[in-house]
Design a protein around this ligand. Structure first.
Ligand code: NAP
Length: 372
């Protein structure tokens, strides 16, 4: 009923004019399952055609379709607009890439869900809501099982909320998860991140603070990096998500003058037995494929973890676009003098860490029957 072109599901993007919103629009250009039919942003953009709203601030090389360019941008705060579009078959669910206060975002995303519109969010507002899953499709796809309880607890018939985690942890969570699946869970991790400026949205950090410089502080980022993995590695217990106890993480998060691509230097101590050698770790990473392979999710990377043998890789400019910018690129694996192993990992923050990760979550939810 809510499909167009015979098969595509019509979707909306909240915050469609922003850094992450533009990635959603561009990645969904030729998506085989989803089609953008609704775009919303702040009252500043509302009422304009999409192409007018992003004129002079389109950040990507790939553009939007003529159809999206002609969409009238709605005020994201007015849920009735999306509800009306839903009724006309023009917005089956929304991707949320809003930059508002936590309280405002939390309340607004709940209004969409209450209006029967599922929300797949990039914002941090709901990451600590106990029955909202924080999804990395390859790591905790089973956390979607909490959705029926979430809907029931709030009396929502069709709507629900899922979120994705902070962009900086995406680069090293999969390597850590692959090792845990192989019987080598981490006990303690020390991670130093070098995070791209696009992670701060647009206009983001002033250029005079960034050129020829590193800023050793990103508000709230270290706390998110230390806590969110525990929810992702946790489990469903009595209709809430219970955190895992480990790994204990100490994070140093830095903003560096790179446009896209967050890099992380990781030192890891195993909880129990350790891999026999570095080659075993590499072969575990090479074999890591957790999504149902037969489903062929359009946005999933063929090789979720790519290992580079060169001493000087991964590098943001050379490696961030690997496998549709959805892979994690890892290198420099070696023994650690203090913990057990150390390595460097990289992922594209606005694709893998934001819009691409959100779209992959939507593909997983469709596969599981939560979206139609
Ligand atoms: P951004 O470039 O600043 O874009 C913000 C978007 O929110 C714009 O579309 C803006 O509309 C809209 N907006 C701002 N105030 C609003 C209001 N009062 N009412 C309705 N809409 C409003 O931010 P971003 O980097 O894309 O980030 C978007 C979200 O994704 C944030 O929650 C962020 O934490 C999260 N995230 C970002 C990244 C990243 O790498 N950048 C990664 C993961 C998660 P106008 O254009 O009309 O102002």
């Amino acid at each position: 009923m809510h499909q167009t072109n015979g098969c595509k599901i019509p979707v909306g993007v909240l915050g469609a004019t922003g850094m992450v919103g533009q990635q959603y629009i561009s990645l969904l250009n030729d998506h085989p399952w989803f089609e953008v039919r609704f775009a919303a942003a702040s009252p500043r953009s509302a009422g304009k055609k999409y192409r007018e709203a992003v004129a002079g601030r389109w950040h990507l090389t790939k553009t939007y379709t003529p159809e999206v360019g002609e969409l009238i941008v709605e005020d994201a705060n007015d849920v009735s607009r999306a509800a009306a579009a839903f009724k006309k078959g023009g917005c089956s669910f929304v991707f949320s890439a809003l930059e508002m206060s936590k309280d405002e975002t939390r309340a607004l995303e709940e209004k969409y869900a209450a209006a029967g519109i599922p929300v797949i969010s990039n914002a941090s507002a709901h990451r600590w809501t106990p029955d909202v899953p924080v999804l990395i499709a390859e790591i905790n796809p089973d956390h979607t099982d909490i959705i029926p309880a979430q809907k029931k607890a709030r009396g929502w018939d069709r709507g629900f909320i899922v979120v994705k985690p902070n962009c900086s942890i995406q680069s090293y969570m999969k390597p850590v998860h692959a090792l845990a699946l192989a019987g080598y869970p981490a006990q303690r991790i020390i991670v130093t991140t070098m995070q791209a400026v696009s992670g701060a949205g647009y206009p983001g950090v002033p250029s005079l603070d960034m050129i020829d410089n590193i800023v050793p502080y990103i508000g709230g980022e270290e706390e998110k990096s230390e806590k969110e993995p525990l929810k992702i590695f946790g489990s469903i217990d009595k209709n809430v998500l219970k955190n895992a106890d480990f790994p204990k993480i100490s994070a140093h998060c830095n903003r560096v003058p790179v446009t896209d691509g967050h890099t992380a230097c990781v030192s890891l101590e195993f909880a129990g037995k350790k891999p026999s050698c570095m080659e075993e770790v590499k072969s575990i990473w090479a074999a890591y494929k957790r999504l149902p392979q037969e489903q062929n999710f359009p946005t999933a990377p063929q090789q979720p973890i790519i290992y580079r043998e060169e001493d000087n890789r991964p590098q943001p400019r050379k490696d961030r676009d690997a496998d549709k910018a959805m892979a994690v690129v890892v290198g420099r694996l070696r023994p650690c003098n203090v913990f057990d192993i150390r390595f460097t990992a990289l992922s594209h923050n606005t694709v893998r860490g934001a819009a691409g990760g959100g779209i992959l979550n939507a593909e997983l939810l469709k596969y599981k029957g939560y979206l139609s």
